[in-house]
Structures are given as C-alpha cells and as structure tokens.
Design a protein around this ligand. Structure first.
Ligand code: DGT
Ligand code: CA
Ligand code: CA
Ligand code: ZN
Length: 573
C-alpha cells in the first residue's frame, strides 16, 4: 500500500514545524514546507513512482536531501529525523503546532517559558491564565487559543474534499482489483461534492457468490474494523477517515445510491412524495404493496415520483425539488465550460514558476487566456509588486502576446485593498490593466460594519473588477472575516463589479449558498484557481464543483466566455 502524497507532505510539514521550534535555519524550514506543498498537489502518487523504480518527477523545492527523505518515508513509512526530533523535544509539540493561532513560533515560546509539552499542559496553562502574561501573547490571544481548543474538542474533524479524494481514489483503485466486483462508487457528501466530508460511503455491487466484502476490508490502509457484516461494514483508515461500505444487489443499485448520496433532507422529501402516491421508497427500491416497481437506477426512482434526474450537487433540499417539478433545474456548469483562469501568480510575486511556464501550462490545458495577478506592494511577504516592477512585467506580457496567437495573457494584478478601502496602486497604473482582482490580505479583525464599508469603498474605484477570495476563510484553519456579503453583492451589482469563487481546496469562498445568492443578484462569478504553480491549475475542478452546488450555469461564470465577450462584460457601468 503506497503512502499518499498527503501523508508525505504531512511528515515534511511536521518536520518543518519541529525544526522551527528548534530554531533551525529559516531557509531550510521553508524548503521543507515548499517541498510539502509541491508534493501535496502533485497529481500522481509519488510512492508508486518510486516503487516502480521511476525517477522522481521534478518537483519544485525538492532537491537531493529532501528527495532522500521522501525515499525514506515511502520505503519505511516514517522518518528517522522526525522521530529523533520528537524524542528530543519531548512531548507532543506537533499537535500543538496544529492549533490555529499557535504555530511553531508561539509553541516554541510556550515550551520554553511555561514548559508546555502537550495539549494537557496547554489546557492547564489556559486555566491558570498564565499565557496572557507572556510578552506578545496577551488576553486576546489567550482567548483565541481557548476558543480554538474548544472547537477542536467538540467536533470530529471533517476532511477537506481534495484530501478525502486522494484517499478515496486509492481505495477505489484497490476495490476495482477485487475479483467479482462490478460497480464501486462513493456516495454521501463526497458525491454531493461538499467542501468537507465527515466520512466516505461506498456502494458496491458484485457477482453473486463473490466474497467482496471480506476482501474490501483487507485493504492495507485499514487501521481498524469498526464493524463487519456481509453487506455492511465500517472501517477506519490510517488517516482517521471512516468508511461505510455497503454491498447491494443490482436491482437496488439506484435506490441505494439515491439513499446513500443524500442529503438526508432531500431523501425525506422524496420519500414523502412517494408515500402520497401510495409508494414506498427505501434503499432497496421503490415498492407498490410488496412488489418492487423501480430501483435499478436513480432515474427510475425519481421517475416514480414524477421527477427528472437531479444532480447530486443539488440534493440539499434547497429548492431543487420544486425546480425539478417545474422543469426548471439549472443546467449546471461543467469543467469543460471553463476557457480561462483569472487568478494566476508567478515567480514575480509568490508563485513558483515563470510567466512563460504558467502561460504554456495553461495553453496545454486548452485555455484561451489567463490573467497574471501578482500581489501588490503592501503584501511584502509575497514580494508584492510596486508600480515600477508591475510596469516592467506588463511590458514582458506585451512582448509575449505579440509572439503568440490563439492564446492571450491578460494584464492584471491581485491588488491589495488597504484598510481605508483604497487600492494599493495608483489609478494611473491600474488603468493599464485588462482587469483587476482586488483582495483583502490584512486587518482581518475589523468589525462587520468597517470591513464591509472597506470593501464597498474599494469597489467605488472605477478600476475594481473582481473581489478576490471574498471572505478570506481557510477551511478548518481560519474563520471568514466579518463581512456582510449581501451588502457587498448589492454594491457589486450596482457598480458592475464581480466576485471570485477561489478554487483552492482550502478556500472555496464563495460558499455554495453564496454562489446561489450571487446568481440571484445577477452577479457573475470568476471561478479561479489562484494558481501559484502549474499543478494548482487542477484546483479549478473543486471550484466548479462548488459552483455546481451553488446552482451556477456556464453563463453565470465569467471565465466561460471568450476574452472579447468577457472584456465587454467587465466594462464598469
Ligand atoms: P458527512 O458524511 O457528514 O459528510 O455527510 P453525509 O451526507 O455523507 O452523511 P452520512 O455519511 O451520515 O450518510 C450518508 C447518506 O446516507 C446521507 O447523506 C443520507 C443517508 N442517510 C444516513 N442516515 C440516514 C437516515 O437516518 N435517514 C435517511 N433518509 N437517510 C440517511
Ligand atoms: Ca458520508
Ligand atoms: Ca456515513
Ligand atoms: Zn490573495
């Protein structure tokens, strides 16, 4: 069982965290983190490549020394250097680092000043109010840590869809090698493409007499078998992810798929409709009296209650059943509708590849255009560009565009929205751009009113086009900043501004319901990868999934249009 890329990445990140606590050279630490990021986003399974004796692909940030460590993780399942550090630093500092608001620097201070080694020590220190006394911490930080700690203890962690997908893909690959398996599909929130999943729900059909279930739970990644039966089992994988497995007969496949895809509240409405027609729907089929009348396919089940097929992403009981009855279901956007990407970074700010490399990769994906959106001067840690550097980059884009046809590099920038709502570059340079993406990267803590006003004021600038990652949340890591999205949408539609759906799997702001609200406001959405390296272009898929959950059609997105049309759409009123 090859280790997942995400696990290699996690090990390297843990190593980086502990090295930071140790006070190791920051360059070295950053190298580990960069390598981890490359690995996490690499689309092929690196362990399989190594085991097949193939040389490692060129991964940005991975040199010989890190390459050897990856080798060690793949071959032994762990990393000696990390084990050694864990022992040396005594306790479980890595679990502390994972708490939002802490991070290696703060853990180091807590470790040195208060001897905090694990979660228990941390709870005790919070109770005795010792943390606020440490310079640089204070009461606010203390309360924040307390809050995060409580939040962690309350909920079973949900996994981000992209991470669950890596795990699910290898599990499905394994299941398909089992003798006698016909169909295997993941239902539940995973199939509805929810941004995070609580567990995986796998449905299997197999030839009669095959012993599929027994073999499925022999999967090497299984850490614990929670329950086992012939048609129903639950296992926990090494990643902590739980998997419900069900083997169903062919004749029930559609009914079972519908049932286990959910959502629960969607199913309840469907079942109630059936009852009104004298039918009974359960996971085995649709029954009239005791005779099965449908259930082989989902379509056949929906047809029994006079509904057309409803896409899984819509099954949240948020109006999809009424829309289906009126034959007004949206024709959901698909990845193939996307013709360009409006948020791309290069080496000039905090990306990993050159302008030429990113453009070539986008062209290979079949895109018609990308917008190069480097950070601007205020975002110093990301090497934001000032007017002079941006001007030089624009010239370079002009030269590249002259050399090529059939593909366009759009001149843009991810312009910081400053605290007072002004933009981070003067209008005389913004005027030179084809479009702008404007984002909040600082002062996340403003009040709801102030944050909203700040963004609305920014939109007053005639060169403002698209609001980047509109709430700034990082799923599981950072709450959205306080902002009134309805008011933002109101202001945007008044001024001819647009909103971004940031497709990074841990951002995905706008959320599904926000996309739907934007659509109701008539505001088109830019679905953007926010690529910092070539493999990030793959994020687009998660953005499209989220857009589908938000009922968006191709025409509701900006980057489904050729540039000539998009240009007109972007014209401010
Ligand atoms: P999750 O796992 O929390 O991300 O969300 P789901 O939707 O995958 O929920 P899960 O795994 O508890 O159940 C999978 C599906 O099975 C769920 O979407 C609908 C169906 N289901 C589960 N329990 C019930 C139930 O009590 N009644 C009905 N009608 N359906 C249920
Ligand atoms: Ca589930
Ligand atoms: Ca489940
Ligand atoms: Zn940004």
């Amino acid at each position: 069982m090859p280790v997942h890329n995400a696990e290699i990445a996690e090990t390297l990140n843990e190593l980086a965290d502990l090295l930071e606590i140790e006070g190791e050279n920051p360059y070295k630490i950053r190298a580990y983190r960069n390598a981890a990021r490359s690995i996490e986003n690499y689309t092929e399974n690196i362990a399989s490549l190594i085991q097949a004796g193939r040389t490692l692909p060129h991964l940005p940030g991975v040199g010989e020394s890190i390459g050897n460590k990856i080798d060690e993780i793949v071959k032994t399942g762990h990393l000696e250097k990390l084990a050694h550090l864990e022992q040396k630093l005594s306790g479980h500092l890595a679990e502390l680092v994972a708490i939002p608001g802490l991070g290696p620097k703060r853990v180091k201070i807590l470790h040195e000043k208060l001897g905090i080694n694990n979660l228990e020590d941390l709870s005790r220190a919070l109770e005795s109010k010792a943390i606020r006394e440490i310079p640089g911490f204070g009461e606010k930080t203390e309360a924040h840590i307390q809050h995060e700690l409580e939040r962690r203890q309350q909920s079973r962690p949900r996994l981000k869809l992209a991470f669950a997908e890596q795990i699910a893909t290898s599990l499905l690959d394994y299941i398909h090698t089992i003798e006698g398996i016909k169909n295997a599909i993941i239902a539940g929130s995973f199939r509805r493409r929810l941004e995070t999943v609580g567990d995986l729900d796998i449905l299997i059909t197999c030839k009669t007499g095959s012993n599929a279930m027994k073999e499925v739970i022999l999967y090497e990644d299984v850490e614990e078998t929670v329950s086992q039966g012939e048609t129903r089992s639950t296992v926990r994988l090494r990643s902590g992810l739980q998997v419900d497995i069900r083997v169903v007969p062919d004749a029930s496949y559609g009914a079972a798929l519908l049932y286990f895809t959910g959502s629960k509240s969607h199913n309840i409405v469907i079942r109630t409709m059936a009852v009104q027609k004298g039918l009974k729907i359960n996971e085995y089929g649709v029954f009239k009296d005791d005779t099965q009348v449908a259930g082989k396919t989902e379509e056949s089940v929906y047809a029994q209650v006079d509904l057309p097929y409803i896409e899984p992403e819509l099954r949240e009981n948020r109006g999809e059943i009424e829309a289906a009855q009126k034959n007004q279901l949206p024709k959901l956007i698909q990845i193939a509708d996307i013709v360009g990407d409006l948020h791309v970074h290069t080496k000039a700010s905090d990306g990993s590849y050159t302008l030429e490399e990113m453009a070539m990769a986008a062209q290979r994906r079949g895109y018609q255009y990308i917008a190069i959106t480097e950070h601007t001067q205020q975002t110093r840690i990301a090497h934001g560009l000032d007017e002079k550097r941006l001007t030089e980059r624009l010239k370079r884009i002009d030269r590249l565009n002259e050399k090529q046809s059939g593909f366009l590099i759009l001149k843009s920038a991810e312009v910081d929205i400053l605290e007072d709502g002004t933009l981070d570059l003067p209008n005389r340079i913004l005027k030179e751009l084809d479009l702008t993406v404007c984002s909040v990267h600082s002062n996340f803590n403003l009040s709801l009113k102030k944050q909203t006003e700040r963004i609305v004021r920014a939109m007053d600038n005639p060169y403002f086009n698209i609001l980047g990652h509109p709430t700034g949340r990082l799923i599981g890591e950072r709450e959205p900043y306080a902002v009134d999205l309805k008011q933002i949408m109101d202001a945007a539609s008044e001024r001819g501004c647009y909103l971004e759906l940031n497709a990074q799997p841990d951002r995905l702001d706008l959320r599904d319901i926000d996309c739907k609200a934007a659509k109701d406001f008539g505001i088109k959405v830019a679905i953007s990868s926010d690529a910092h390296k070539i493999s990030d272009f793959n994020n687009m898929r998660y953005g499209v999934d989220q857009a589908r959950r938000g009922w968006l059609e191709a025409s509701d997105a900006l980057n489904t249009r050729p540039w000539e049309t998009l240009q007109r759409v972007l014209q401010r009123i």
